[in-house]
Design a protein around this ligand. Structure first.
Ligand code: AKB
Length: 314
């Protein structure tokens, strides 16, 4: 049995959350699951969220009080396989929600995304409530998913909480298949080769957040008293906003010879449909959200962690 179960634990958010949750529940209080083999994770079981029998067995064995359901395909991967995106992001989530109701789970976290916004939403900033007409299949699953959060809360009293994450930048675990991933890859390339080819154009401004802020927001939301959670779909969450050109300039403060060039691909259309900045007033008002990192502070911290790894390796 485990107090907390993380499903999709092998991904970027899961791997970064594990040490923080371990501090709270201890190694034995944590169970993890992923579709990929991750034997290094605490209390690990390999489970596909579309395999209802295996998922049931996992819940029956662990009987968790808190569930973090993080298994999902991100925007770029989803666009290349919309059917799979629908299956994993929607059916997988429904399977987990049903089990959370059956096993009387106390609290559930589900990652929303700024991808719920579309070209008809205000872009600068995108408010909490507005027209939501996403054009990517990923955004469509995130919009339906956040409505499921509200539905399960209304209908079954299931305490599901969610954040509309911007792009998450961190060194703790690599992202996979997102449109905002360039903002992580660029640091590694800057350190390793001194140059980077961006798959987004130089002036593509997107909402981003540094991983320590994103993780703190997640835990603060989960710790907040239920009565203060007024948004039962998914909270807007802002950290910072920048373009590839601005990110390159921030890196150049530390690596003056760093070069960036631009070769936009299919991900440009996804980025162009998203907002540039986010208004997260309800998160600030309801549970006291406040980001700590701006672009240069993030760059200094990222390079401070990445540079020593490659210096040691060379
Ligand atoms: C992606 O780029 O797909 C994600 C997201 C913004 O949800 N990082």
């Amino acid at each position: 049995m485990a107090d907390t179960l993380i499903i999709g634990a092998g991904g970027q958010i899961g791997r970064e959350l594990i040490p923080l949750l371990e501090k709270r529940s201890g190694k034995d209080g944590l169970a993890t699951a992923d579709i990929n083999d991750c034997p290094e994770l605490p209390g690990f079981r390999k489970v596909d969220v579309l395999d209802r029998k295996a998922l049931f067995a996992l819940f029956e064995h662990e009987r968790p009080s808190v569930v973090y359901h993080l298994a999902a395909l991100l925007s770029a991967t989803s666009e290349q396989n919309p059917q799979k995106a629908w299956d994993v992001n929607m059916q997988g989530f429904l399977n987990v929600l049903e089990l959370c109701v059956s096993f009387e789970v106390k609290k559930v976290f589900w990652p929303g995304s700024i991808a719920v916004f579309g070209p008809t939403s205000p872009r600068n900033p995108a408010p909490q409530s507005c027209v939501l007409e996403p054009t990517s299949i990923y955004g469509i699953t995130k919009l339906a998913g956040e409505q499921l959060c509200a539905y399960y809360f209304r209908r079954y009293g299931l305490d599901v909480r969610s954040l509309r994450y911007p792009g998450i930048v961190g060194y703790g675990a690599p992202p996979g298949g997102g449109t905002t991933d360039y903002a992580v890859h660029i640091y590694y390339e800057a350190v390793q080769t001194g140059r980077y080819v961006s798959f987004l154009s130089e002036d593509t401004r997107l909402p981003m957040i540094y991983a320590p802020d994103a993780l703190r927001a997640t835990l603060e939301l989960m710790d907040a008293p239920a009565a203060s959670i007024r948004i039962r779909t998914s909270y807007n969450l802002a950290g910072m906003s920048f373009t590839p050109k601005e990110l390159a300039a921030s890196i150049r403060r530390k690596i003056p010879d760093f070069e960036i060039s631009y070769r936009p691909d299919f991900r440009q259309a996804i980025a162009d449909s998203w907002p540039q900045t986010i208004d997260d007033t309800p998160a600030r008002e309801d549970w006291g959200w406040k980001p700590e990192y701006d672009l240069d502070a993030m760059t200094d911290d990222m390079l401070g962690h990445i540079q020593p790894i490659y210096r040691l390796g060379s």
